[in-house]
Design a protein around this ligand. Sequence first.
Ligand code: SF4
Length: 484
Amino acid sequence: MAEIKTKNFLASSQMAIKDPQLRQALEKVGTGFDGARREAIEEISEAKWEEWRLKAREIKEHTIENLDYYLDMLYTNVTKAGGHVHFARDDNEANAIVSKLVEANNIQIATKSKSMVSEELGLNGVLESLGVDVYETDLGEYIIQLAGETPSHLVAPALHKTKGQVASLFQDKLGIPYNEDIEAMAKTAREILRDKFLNADLGISGANFLVAETGSLVIITNEGNGRLCTSAPRIHIGITGMEKVIPSLEDLATFLRLLPRSATGQRLTSYVSIVTGPRRVTDEDGPEQFHLIIVDNGRSKMLADPKLREALYCIRCGACLNICPVYQKVGGHAYGWVYPGPIGSIVTPNLTVLQNAKDLPFASSLCGACREACPIKINIPRMLLNLREELVQPNSNANSTSKFSEDIAAKSYTKLMKHPGILKLGTMILTGLQKPFLKGGVISSVPIPPLSIWTRSRDLPKLPDKTFHQIWKDSLKDNQDNNG
Ligand code: SF4
């Protein structure tokens, strides 16, 4: 399994906030991806978008409720098309299946298209330990492989890097002159990878969807690398989570409308590849063998929990990351495992160990923007609350300090709200106390905890000169004067 660093979330996010290059790289999340998503929705009307979202949710709900039935149908149809289906309970089983295939077929070179599940399994390390040369072929994945890093976003794995950082990386690792021109960098990567595509024995892909009625694996990409990985080498292994199955090609049409628009604001991705089995005798090309590895790795546990089952509807579009104020500030690596952002804060504790990821469900303001953006209407805030509830149960040893401070805060708030006199006095005192800390109309630094922690990375708005009660009283008085 990929290294789990979820315990470090607080320290890692504090470091991330102070990293100016990461700040610069993350600027494109909200304005770029989320802006493009909004424009794509405006183009087709809100009503149509809602209709597609409801349809997609209905399909996911139905499939996840009947997952055993559709997995069985998928198995039958992949086998009928000449492919082999392997079910893996966990990362060890999945890696063992791949290792066996690698050894049996004397694999030397493998090309990979983007697969989050292979990140989950730590598959590249396993292949390298068997002496296989592995090449990531998605440009973002290729960049982070060169850097020895992990993806920081579901759709854009190298999003955390500025173009200057990528230019330095290419200079160091590929021995080419420093050049920040994106076209030139892409051309260099293309030239290097073309040779690998032609010589690879094994192509590994993930799957955006698995179509049960035809036994097909569907991948959508913008670079065409997925198609080369799945058709040029003599063996193709598709690795994916068991929740990716959908009933039919007609259902696929709904997701093909939603996924690119939600991910990058595109109407359709450049390549939609539907792979059904290995090469037939009449085909000119294609792999001799097709293996589909369907991975559980903790998903059954989520399936069995009615409060968390909904997280399995996710199509990994990344829209909830792009709109999340927490992700926008800390980026993906701070979350400490493969799946970052709001959906990652639900999936990661469930696919790893909740107690070791106890800060993730709290890494949200519960503003609800993720649910609004999600094309499948997944109720992320509710599931985050469910996990928080589980973490603060009396038999849980998690967050005892924050439970204590939250208790005090809740009791103080209740007292204030019940006693208007105390509230009025408190407001007057705080309005006076804020004066020495005001700078440019905001409070940017207070040396006393807990406000010192808050203002370390954010500004506090100034308390207004007049309270709501005063404004209310004044307007009542004005009305009386005007009428009288
Ligand atoms: S939870 Fe929704 S918005 Fe987030 S990645 Fe999954 S499908 Fe996309």
